[in-house]
Design a protein around this ligand. Structure first.
Ligand code: PLP
Length: 446
């Protein structure tokens, strides 16, 4: 069922909530990109979500391409997830002692992804932060390498050249670790070395010079946080070479895990990282993160080993139930990945064609159900680095975004984000999206 393209005339309730929120919460939101700062206007406050749609506080139905920034791969309020959470709820919400849910989810994750041990935490941020501590503990080295424009959550040492939400303000220079946030001491940032994504020569050179003191190289196997960037085969080969220096390779699959395939980007691209971090889908819309790898590395984690990491709510039974139900649906219905691929490929083709017809420069990067349409004049698929992505016309994107929202299509409110398609997106949603997008490009082209 599709409601007529809403004119989204009144946003009075959202605006009233935003005013109240700004009086009690910094910027009125609990995560910065939600404030719409890079596209202008006031954010929609969401009342409920079902399938591919959000309903905002004024009752407008919005076709959702954010999917809570990735977790909602099955669509909102999926019956299997809802029932699993309700069932868990009837048995209490938190024990502070181990339970079977954690074992079942860990068994599922290890079986699907090939890691030998996994530890659950409460967010992607905790997953990457803990994986880095583990890498430092296991190698007795201090430095880490990350890539410009890759985001790994907001732990101090990772808020360096950190992409998306930070991309419009970032003024860092390659090779020098520039914190992307106030409050990150330069001494912390100095332990983070930065290289350019998709530049194997730069990575080899950095490792030749500093490799002996680098505990880990952490990377997004497909970048979502500078907009979508797809790794080149040469870059992937250089990533694997970092091991020759005794450095651990950490794939941050918080966004890509269980999205690009059941085995994530690791499976899709044939990667063999030492450690993998997860978030988002692994919790099915509840707060879960995880990190895992070979037993010999993971056995450094407390209480087995000397690297401390803990959590009052880690392995929470409701969250484990939501994650497990989500992974079970994905495993039992492999056709879902085919559907996601087909929908998103058609979306990419449709956006390209519509922009071309309207004379709007656009370059689309897509893999699986992740997509960014960069407002710039470059062939589709040719944007490979942070520097390439940063050339986009963010003002044109913002105008297009506002037209989409006015037409009832809720795109990610930043040029430097991926959108996420869900299994609840079907033919009706695709044609409606392309209708609204076509009108929005024509409006821009005028
Ligand atoms: N790593 C990647 C690749 C992410 O995309 C994100 C969040 O978007 C994170 C880590 C941080 O996860 P969280 O927001 O759950 O802390």
């Amino acid at each position: 069922e599709t409601s007529p393209p809403a004119t989204q005339a009144s946003t009075a309730q959202s605006q009233a909530l935003f005013s109240r929120a700004q009086r009690v919460t910094p910027g009125g939101v609990n995560s910065p990109v939600r404030a719409f700062k890079s596209v202008g206007g006031s954010p929609r406050f969401i009342r409920e979500a079902h399938g591919a749609y959000l309903t905002d506080a004024d009752g407008h139905r919005l076709l959702d391409y954010i999917g809570s920034w990735g977790p909602m791969i099955l669509g909102h309020d999926h019956p299997a997830v809802r029932e699993a959470v309700a069932d868990a709820l009837s048995r209490g919400t938190s024990y502070g002692a181990p339970g079977e849910g954690e074992v079942r989810l860990a068994e599922t994750v290890t079986r699907l992804t090939g890691v030998e041990r996994v530890r659950f935490v409460n967010s992607g941020t905790e997953a990457t932060m803990s994986a880095l501590r583990l890498a430092r503990g296991a190698t007795a080295r201090k430095f880490i390498v990350k890539f410009r424009g890759n985001y790994h959550g907001h732990a101090d040492g990772l808020l360096v050249e950190a992409g998306s939400g930070l991309m419009t303000n970032a003024e860092g220079h390659l090779g020098r670790a520039a914190p992307s946030s106030a409050g990150v001491p330069e001494e912390y940032a100095a332990l983070t070395l930065v290289s350019e994504y998709n530049d194997p020569v730069a990575l080899d050179a950095l490792m030749a010079e500093r490799g002996h003191e680098v505990a880990a190289v952490i990377f997004e196997p497909v970048v979502g946080n500078a907009g979508v960037l797809i790794p080149t085969p040469n870059f992937l080969a250089a990533l694997h070479r970092v091991r020759e220096h005794g450095t651990l390779l950490i794939a941050d699959e918080v966004m890509t895990g269980f999205r690009l395939s059941l085995r994530g980007a690791t499976g899709l691209l044939g990667l063999t990282p030492d450690l993998i971090c997860w978030g988002k889908i692994i919790g099915g819309g509840l707060p879960v993160g995880a990190y895992g790898g070979r037993a010999d590395v993971m056995n450094y984690v407390s209480p087995q080993g000397p690297v401390y990491q803990a959590g009052t709510l880690s392995g929470n039974p409701l969250a484990m139930a939501a994650g497990l139900a989500t992974l079970q649906v994905l495993e039992n219905e492999p056709a879902l990945y085919v559907k996601l691929e087909s929908y998103t490929a058609q979306l990419a083709g449709g956006l390209s064609a519509a922009a071309r017809e309207a004379g709007v420069p656009l370059s689309v990067n897509r893999v699986g159900s992740m997509l960014t349409a960069f407002h710039q004049d470059a062939p589709d698929g040719s944007i490979r680095t942070y520097t390439d992505a940063a050339r986009s016309d963010t003002a044109a994107f913002a105008r297009w975004f506002q037209q989409m929202l006015a037409g009832g299509v809720y795109w990610a409110p930043s040029q430097f984000e991926s959108i996420f398609v869900s299994a609840a997106h079907g033919e009706a949603e695709l044609s409606r999206t392309l209708d609204v997008a076509r009108a929005a490009y024509l409006h821009l082209g005028r």
